[in-house]
Design a protein around this ligand. Structure first.
Ligand code: F6R
Length: 611
């Protein structure tokens, strides 16, 4: 969490920093600040709250300058006040820095520095770094001072640092938090995420963990933090279009991203299937077919919405591969002494590729020599680098904090992976493969049809936004969709919503049901349809209010429901990609009625890079 940005070049730096921060605001929006170096003097502006507030402050108290750094914060240590806002400075206002990550030994370092006479003005872990570098800079070689300090600091960081005495240089370092250098003409950018600099350049270098860069207008040098040896890296071209990072006329990014799903699903399928529908093309250069054929167990690791995609993945992979699949939440997996070995395939699912708990779990699995495939959206992100193979989800930048298009893209990737492995391991017949591919290809149009039919959903949101508690019920492959639907509602509307396997209702939650607790039921036809209908009868018998998602021609469920959202028919196995769409829209329209901040819900950040 937290977003950092930096610039050095011939342009006025403030608009570039503000623009970059605006793009990074999804990473945290508790406070914001920038620092600019001009005529050897560091000027800072900071505020509590969002970038809009910082823009206002900059308009009232402008600064000129051609190099500087900026930060948008998701508070970890210290309340979200102006004093705790980055950039942070040393005692003499000579060193200024912005930080994304956590300095775990900050308390000890802070005590030592206080004893040496340093004065602290914030409660943050980050301020320790400014004073530590100041302390170590007595030799006069700034790069060495920064490196020495980073070796003393424990934890994670992406840093951008400015020293008043070297106005021609900007320093950037990375350990555990992402950092990218953007290459322009006689100008360079630093950012947590390419989104921040996409308007200016698509040519980038991704810093690796343990690297530090010294950047000037003329170019940059990258060194290892371990021994300051030079590192040569090749620039990469980013294919994302800056327009996809804009709202394009939609009221919110979340809505735009919901409506992008037909295209995203299509792009994920396109190019990965042969015309005769007999082949799935996935490329895992470091995972020879022989190794994938020998897999005995699959373990899926993810957090939040990606975890819900993983739960659907269990159904998909077990059905096609007929091998056992476990699904774990990143933060749980690493502390439970899991049983994995070289015959385990670990699938890490992450939109950002930077979720700290998922990264830690992947590193844990590495120790047991598991084969690792990741399903990620962000190019060259940390998780992709830890993997033997990657399926990129090609969803484009997802800016809304609540994940929507990344989820359906992850589901699509899981279907493709299951079909690919199924063919390789001969657990699926040619006819089955063709049939499934045929249905998969029809999904984009079906999602489009649901999106065009949002009138009932809007009407329903107008009825139910006043309710405080919701129970989402699903069974089988749609049980994870109940969890995901409930998560969408709670995270953006702050209403209480629980996802539950419908069959479990009578073991406890049924006690909650009355006319004040809407039940959102996912009931497409399939293996568990009759069971779901029986569960809904139990709700009906207790005067429960029913909102259902099901097939158009389903008169039974329609008649039982207060609101009925229809989806086009598909095979049972593929329904989650369709059933989630009305639930995303329902959450969006309820939140809209409540007038809350849909794209940036309170207390959240898009990418959770701390444990
Ligand atoms: C919910 C949401 C989060 C993320 C979770 C994992 O809408 O976005 O629950 O899914 O933080 O993030 P990634 O997928 O980036 O690892």
């Amino acid at each position: 969490m937290c977003g950092i940005v930096g610039y050095i070049g011939n342009k006025q730096v403030v608009p570039i920093l503000l623009d970059g921060l605006q793009k990074l605001e999804y990473r945290g929006y508790d406070s914001a600040g920038i620092a600019v170096l001009l005529d050897g003097k560091i000027e800072r502006r900071r505020i509590e709250g969002k970038i809009a507030g910082l823009k206002e402050k900059m308009a009232k108290e402008p600064i000129n300058g051609f190099m500087g750094i900026g930060h948008t914060r998701w508070a970890t240590h210290g309340r979200p006040t102006e004093e705790n806002a980055h950039p942070h400075i040393d005692c003499k206002n000579e060193i200024v820095l912005v930080h994304n990550g956590i300095i775990e030994n900050y308390f000890t370092l802070r005590q030592e520095l206080i004893e040496l006479g340093h004065k602290f003005v914030s409660d943050t872990d980050t301020e320790v770094l400014a004073h530590l570098i100041e302390e170590n800079n007595k030799s006069g070689n700034f790069l060495e001072a920064v490196v020495k300090s980073l070796k003393e600091a424990e934890g994670s960081y992406a840093l951008a640092i400015v020293l008043d005495k070297t106005p021609d240089k900007l320093y950037a370092a990375r350990l555990g938090s992402p950092l990218v250098i953007g290459i322009g003409e006689g100008e360079y950018y630093i950012a947590s995420d390419v989104l921040a600099i996409l308007n200016y350049t698509k040519k980038v270098i991704f810093l690796e963990d343990g690297e530090i860069a010294e950047v000037s207008k003329e170019g940059f040098h990258i060194y290892t933090i371990a021994d300051l040896s030079r590192v040569n890296k090749k620039a990469q071209l980013i294919t994302w279009d800056p327009i996809t990072a804009e709202k394009s006329g939609y009221r919110h990014f979340m809505l735009k991203e919901i409506y992008e799903q037909p295209r995203v699903i299509e792009e994920n399928i396109k190019g990965r299937l042969s015309k005769d529908k007999e082949e799935v093309y996935l490329d895992f250069p470091d995972l020879p077919d022989k190794e994938l054929e020998g897999i005995k167990k699959v373990l899926i690791i993810a957090c939040g919405t990606s975890y819900h995609a993983g739960l659907v993945g269990k159904f998909i992979l077990e059905k096609i591969l007929r091998i056992s699949v476990e699904v774990d939440i990143g933060s749980e997996f690493r502390y439970r002494d899991p049983i994995i070995d070289k015959n385990t395939l670990l699938i890490a699912i992450s939109q950002s590729g930077e979720t700290a708990d998922t990264i830690a779990a992947v590193k844990e699995a590495q120790k047991s020599n598991a084969k690792i495939i990741s399903i990620c959206n962000v190019l060259d992100s940390s998780i992709t680098r830890l993997s033997h193979g990657v399926i990129y989800t090609h969803a484009g930048p997802e800016v809304g904090v609540a994940s929507t298009k990344a989820f359906t893209a992850q589901l699509t990737a899981l279907y493709l992976l299951a079909l690919y492995l199924g063919k390789l391991r001969k657990s699926i017949s040619k006819i089955e493969l063709i049939e499934l591919i045929d249905e998969l290809l029809k999904l984009p149009k079906k999602v489009e049809a649901i999106l065009e039919n949002d009138k009932d959903i809007i009407k329903c949101s107008k009825t139910y936004f006043k309710y405080k508690n919701f129970l989402y019920l699903g069974r089988g492959i749609n049980y994870p969709i109940a969890l995901e639907g409930a998560l969408k509602l709670k995270e953006i509307s702050y209403l209480h919503a629980e996802g539950y396997p419908a069959g479990e209702m009578k073991h406890g939650p049924i006690a909650l049901i009355d006319e004040n607790m809407p039940i959102v039921a996912i009931v497409p036809h399939g293996q568990v349809y009759d069971k779901m209908v029986s569960n809904l009868r139990e709700v009906q018998a207790r005067q429960g209010v029913i909102v259902a998602v099901g097939y158009k021609n389903d008169e039974i469920v329609k008649e039982m429901s207060d609101y009925f959202f229809t989806i086009p028919e598909t095979i049972d196995f593929l329904t989650p990609i369709l059933t989630i769409i009305p639930l995303q829209l329902l959450a969006y329209h309820v939140a809209l009625k409540l007038g809350v901040d849909i794209d940036q819900p309170r207390n959240l950040a898009k990418s959770v890079t701390v444990e």
